[in-house]
Design a binder for this molecule. Sequence first.
Ligand SMILES: *Cc1c(COP(=O)(O)O)cnc(C)c1O
Length: 395
Amino acid sequence: MELNTMEKADRFMFKTYKRFPITLVKGDGCIVWDEEGKEYLDFIGGIAVCALGHSSPVVSEAIYEQSKKLVHVSNLFYTQPQTDLASILTENSFADRVFFCNSGAEANEAAIKLARRYSREQFGSGRNVIITMDNSFHGRTMATLSATGQERIREGYDPILEGFKYVPFNALGDLESVLDESVCAVMIEPIQGEGGVVVPDDDYLKGLRDICSTRDILLIFDEIQAGMGRTGKLFAYEHFGLTPDIITLAKALGNGLPIGAMMATEKLKDAFGPGSHATTFGGSPLITASALAVVKSLIHDGWIENASVIGDYFKDGLITLQKRHSIIKEVRGLGLIIGLLLDRAGQDIVDACAKRGFLINCIQDKILRFVPPLIIGKDEVDSLIECLDDVFNEL
Ligand SMILES: *Cc1c(COP(=O)(O)O)cnc(C)c1O
């Protein structure tokens, strides 16, 4: 008997994911369809990836046009899409130098390697510890899971890499108490994503910046989830009146094509030289031409502004909903990265929403997370809030 897609996945693939019992076949903007033709409004957006929505004509055209010219040549050669993407990213940020790779974890690997190499050059050996935060998420490779401050992500992979220490988020005192001569960098998500959409307290990041500057410690911002317009600014750091030394990007940078970027200030430029770090696929003309189209559209077509306006509207709607439903403990987020902390596990609510044609997800057991495409409008937000209202009423 012929197995269907879900049965084949169960039979032939590692069960690394807890999936919805849904097989998606098509998408357009904020909508996706399953194989039976059922329509869903998508508030997951490929996990904060599809900022311009599904089947974005901007992206499709860039992929098609570049695919007819040149797809891949390796980094032994210069290509224009790659250098154009590096230019637009540096022109619009604090950063001066870019390294392209294929994923968020790889971008963080590059940041970790750059920080350690720079510190070795500047201060000699022994200065290599990187401080990260409890409940952080930096990826699934050995170095990035070692950097990740969540026991459950590191479980079973001993020995994890040396040279990482974890401290609580939003707590400068705890941070200062672990700083010594061995510390070369602090790596932090300015807004924690997988950890539960945690927004920093006022002046926390500024205080962190000051501490790092005073002690010559590098500050690395992991903006893989919060960057690229999601918070209502192109980069999340812009909200906080400071700049990091290194930033990492991925998720929405390619709107679904695999790309990561690690960027840094000019003072770090010589820490990586020929042969010190590399990737075969990273920064290929196909992927960078597409990402260039994404970044241009985000900047020039008003989507970052939309993320800010709709994000505020969305949060207001949820706060109004909170007044009617005591299940909601807290509404938090910035722009279109929004979390709803519940007083109980949220999986049943996720399932009930999916039945009604709304895709949301639940992180850290009790937090509903909304990271829709940045092109979303008020009507879509209204209909999700109505759906949540119904679902909470039926509890
Ligand atoms: C998703 C994510 C990563 C890992 O990115 P991958 O592309 O899955 O390797 C790292 N950091 C943050 C903050 C993320 O949200």
